[in-house]
Design a protein around this ligand. Structure first.
Ligand code: HEC
Ligand code: HEC
Ligand code: HEC
Ligand code: HEC
Length: 416
């Protein structure tokens, strides 16, 4: 071979190593039947993936001090939660999220469920959704949850994200597919790269239940930004006016739910093509074989694999950067939450007074509804701002401003 020939081969190898980040295996695809949900059965064919999946059982604090998988009540560190969610189940029980294997147990054990809880709550807790949806369509959503629970044995397992026959990535939550279709995106035609975030986006998103039939809807018609979602809710879509009425302020409130996908999608990583999986399920090595880690947890537990594939800085530098963002967000989140709590109380006091200006009071209620939405959008998101620091801090700034305006409106309502 000539020198140029050798140089070309070396160049090819380097380019291949750098740009093709697929596992370097020729994986044999097993024949697992549709409807097999037991991860141990899948695990016989795919041992490193299964073994790492089982690590989602591990309970540990996060190296950043935020998030983590210990099941603690959020209100211990943030007592304002008890005021802001007064009159609804999140003031009774609201714990930190933990590993995927616990999803069904935590659903069964939460104090937030009772006889009237809708079946729709199981949508993001079990792969058995696939069968139930095939059999009943959206009708499953209005069946009482307690009636469905005895049939559910498997939490978030392989079948949530993989087609058993091909092992290709898939989305089984119909609410995600429908919401994307409304935005002109056909999930069935998504690229592998897009699927590496869509598999997570099928659950880690904001949603609401249609009051009449309990169908799950993701509020994305106007866009994924918290302001666009608020605007969407303001038009009372599908007759959905509120999640509950706050007992002090009597404002019609919204409860935000874990909008990781929305927050990530507007950030610097998404715009650079970095998927959820790049950070949360990085490639690892066992016996010289590369595989995708299925220990879905904080990426800060394995910075080398999760971040240093792209970032050349030291692990310490990376963790310090993440913590700097999170500490700032935490402080602002507390300030916003406490200001919102004060607004509920001020409006509550004003509404008991005689001769109060009703128009001004209603204005205060609309302001506190918005203020809380922005605070909750951030507080319910699980990265403490890391997924998109700029947008998260802007959103908290809006919340604080709106909460102060709610307070001054309620004070004005008292001026006779
Ligand atoms: C939350 C979604 C999710 C769950 C649950 C899940 N996987 Fe995966 N899996 C992925 C993603 C994402 C990839 C990377 C695929 C790609 O980039 O093409 C992957 C890749 C794989 C691969 C290809 C080889 C590799 O390591 O990259 C195998 C095999 C696999 N998973 C097996 C399993 C098994 C077995 C289970 C259950 C114990 C499981 N997966 C559960 C998302 C999931
Ligand atoms: C079927 C719905 C579903 C899918 C799909 C899903 N998640 Fe989750 N995820 C959940 C639920 C529910 C929890 C909380 C479980 C609990 O606390 O019991 C959770 C918890 C987590 C946690 C917290 C783990 C911990 O140790 O604190 C992380 C991180 C996470 N998911 C990331 C992802 C990523 C990344 C993907 C895509 C690869 C993904 N999830 C796919 C529903 C889902
Ligand atoms: C650039 C890397 C990166 C990307 C991309 C990314 N995340 Fe994260 N994620 C993080 C970091 C860092 C944290 C904070 C972890 C900590 O504090 O220990 C986090 C936290 C989380 C948590 C909370 C974990 C806990 O311990 O409670 C969830 C859930 C989560 N991410 C889901 C997602 C989903 C879903 C996506 C895609 C829509 C995504 N992430 C995209 C890096 C990333
Ligand atoms: C696949 C590549 C990739 C991975 C993996 C990745 N990043 Fe990044 N990150 C980028 C790119 C691209 C940018 C945009 C700025 C730049 O070019 O440096 C960025 C920006 C950042 C920034 C500055 C902007 C901000 O949001 O504060 C921080 C901090 C950061 N990343 C931390 C992390 C951490 C921590 C992880 C692992 C959990 C991680 N990144 C994983 C590619 C990556």
């Amino acid at each position: 071979m000539t020198l140029t020939g050798i140089a070309l081969v070396v160049l090819f190898i380097i380019v291949f190593q750098v740009f093709v980040r697929k596992p370097n295996t020729t994986m044999k695809i097993a024949t697992i039947p549709e409807g097999e949900y037991d991860p141990a059965v899948w695990g016989q064919y795919y041992p490193p993936e299964y073994k790492s999946y089982l690590r989602t059982k591990e309970i540990a604090a996060s190296p950043t001090g935020y998030g983590g998988s210990e099941k603690v009540q959020k209100s211990v560190k943030e007592p304002e939660i008890l005021i802001n969610f007064k009159g609804m189940p999140f003031s009774v029980d609201y714990t930190e999220d933990r590993g995927h294997v616990y999803a069904l147990d935590d659903l069964k054990n939460t104090k937030r469920i009772n006889q009237t809880t809708a079946g729709s709550c199981m949508t993001c807790k079990t792969a058995q959704l696939a069968d139930i949806f095939k059999e009943k369509g959206w009708d499953y959503a209005k069946i009482p949850l307690l009636e469905l629970l005895p049939k559910l044995k498997h939490p978030i397992v392989c079948a949530n994200c993989h087609d058993p026959k091909t092992m290709n990535l898939r989305v089984i939550n119909p609410a995600f597919t429908e919401a994307m279709a409304q935005r002109g995106i056909d999930v069935k035609k998504a690229s592998r790269e897009q699927m590496r975030s869509y598999v997570c986006g099928q659950c880690h998103v904001e949603y609401y239940f249609v009051p009449t039939n309990k169908k799950v809807v993701l509020p994305w018609v106007k866009g994924l930004h918290p302001e666009q979602i608020y605007e969407y809710y303001s038009e009372t879509p599908n007759e959905f006016a509120m999640d509950w009425k706050h007992p002090d302020s009597e404002a019609k409130m919204l409860k935000a739910q874990h909008p990781e996908f929305e927050v990530w999608s507007g950030g610097v990583h998404a715009s650079s093509g970095v998927s959820c999986v790049d950070c949360h399920m990085p490639y690892m090595k066992v016996d010289g074989r590369k595989y995708t880690s299925h220990w879905v947890t904080s990426p800060m537990k394995h910075i080398k694999e999760a971040c240093r594939t792209c970032h050349t800085q030291s692990e310490q530098w990376l963790i310090d950067r993440v913590k700097t963002t999170q500490t700032g967000v935490w402080e602002m989140q507390r300030t916003a939450g406490q200001t919102v709590a004060k607004a509920h109380q001020t409006i509550g006091k004003a509404s008991k007074a005689t001769g109060v200006n009703k128009t001004e009071l209603d204005k205060a209620r609309e302001l506190v509804r918005r203020a809380q939405w922005y605070w909750d959008f951030v507080a319910a998101e699980n990265s403490m701002g890391f997924h998109n620091p700029t947008m998260i801090l802007t959103t908290l700034g809006r919340s604080v401003d709106l909460a102060h305006r709610a307070i001054s409106s309620s004070e004005k309502a008292l001026d006779k």
